[in-house]
Design a protein around this ligand. Structure first.
Ligand code: 2P0
Length: 328
């Protein structure tokens, strides 16, 4: 097989990945826990050619060069090394949601690429191996290999062999609702990669972030297993605000929010006071994801859509893991 296509969903972290202990291997300082987002999907197609020339990378319909293409080429190098092949590739990637704006497009991109590229190269990996491989492209991609509720294990080994994601529970374990509020359609100014590196070296709050993270992981894991929305949601909000506190306290500071981000946060708190089960979380961008009970999702989405500055809302629920769509 020299050509294959795969799809993978984005994910939203409830306990965040923020800080690498190894930048080359994308090894995190902490574990993290996420929900796979149904319907926020990236398709990746990989074709290995006979020629040894440079890889051609097409993203959202246009050929890219520079950093974006370099990241994909480096990732393909890992696959080529695994497969013992040395050939060029043509890669096409397309997502059905706003990319590079804090909606985890690198997670779905590299999870889909891991599945497509290994099949195209003729190698079959276990889900654990795929997760480890996807991590090399983007840390959070390790989590998008699996469906439902997922924990990426920090691991201890210097070579990253024990740093991969596992499924905590399948999507049907707990059919939650997720609403993503789009408050800015542009690309974010500081990507996660630079943002976490800067936080690590320039924020006095990085050490306390590490010290308090394990407790959040445990609360969120138990909350998911026990289907306890209040425990899970409160701990996710707390963990999100701590991550942003780390970034805000960096010098110079990193401020990912805009006015609408903050307005949505206030609206979610108000919805809770009105008796709704809703909790917010925010990644390295201005969008807000709201975790809520599934029967209340439409009403919550309507309330969020009405917040001034919200361009759009996307509705999701826990979705399936990365999978091959062509080239089996
Ligand atoms: C997360 N983020 O846990 C955290 C929360 C952003 C904020 O994982 O450098 O794109 O490719 O490993 O995976 C985004 O970081 O970073 C991310 P790299 P990645 O979802």
């Amino acid at each position: 097989m020299t050509e294959a296509a795969a799809i993978a969903n984005a994910n939203v972290a409830l306990a965040k990945y923020w800080g690498k202990r190894d930048e080359a291997l994308n090894l995190p300082y902490t574990g993290s826990i996420s929900i796979n987002l149904a319907g926020l999907t990236t398709t990746a197609r990989v074709r290995f050619t006979d020629k040894r020339g440079e890889d051609r990378v097409i993203m959202s319909g246009r050929q890219v060069d520079g950093l974006e293409a370099t990241r994909v080429r480096k990732f393909l190098d890992v696959v080529r090394q695994l497969a013992g092949r040395n050939c060029g590739a043509e890669v096409e990637v397309a997502s059905n949601f706003p990319v590079a704006a804090g909606l985890a497009s690198s997670a779905s991109t590299f999870a889909a690429l891991a599945v497509a590229a290994t099949h195209a190269a003729g190698i079959i990996l276990s889900e654990q191996e795929l997760s480890r491989l996807a991590r090399r492209g983007s840390g959070s991609a390790a989590r998008s290999i699996h469906g439902g509720y997922v924990e990426w294990l920090r691991g201890e080994a210097a070579d990253g062999s024990d740093s991969y994601a596992v499924q905590l529970a399948p999507p049907e374990h707990w059919p939650l609702g997720i609403v993503a509020a789009i408050t800015d359609r542009g690309r974010k100014r500081v990507g996660s990669r630079e943002g976490m590196a800067h936080s690590l070296t320039h924020s006095p709050f990085f050490p306390p972030w590490l010290e308090t993270h394990q407790a959040d992981l445990e609360t969120i894991r138990q909350g998911i297993l026990g289907r306890d929305l209040r425990a899970t949601g409160s701990a996710a909000e707390h963990n999100c605000l701590k991550m942003h506190a780390v970034a805000l306290a960096a010098s110079p500071p990193l401020l990912y929010w805009n006015a609408a981000t903050l307005a949505v946060m206030h609206r979610v708190i108000q919805l809770r006071e009105e008796g709704m089960d809703a909790y917010f979380t925010i990644d390295a961008g201005p969008q807000v994801k709201v975790i809520c009970s599934l029967p209340q999702r439409e009403a919550i989405a309507a309330a969020i859509q009405a917040v001034p500055g919200v361009h759009d809302v996307l509705l999701s629920e826990p979705g399936a893991g990365a999978r091959l769509v062509e080239g089996a």
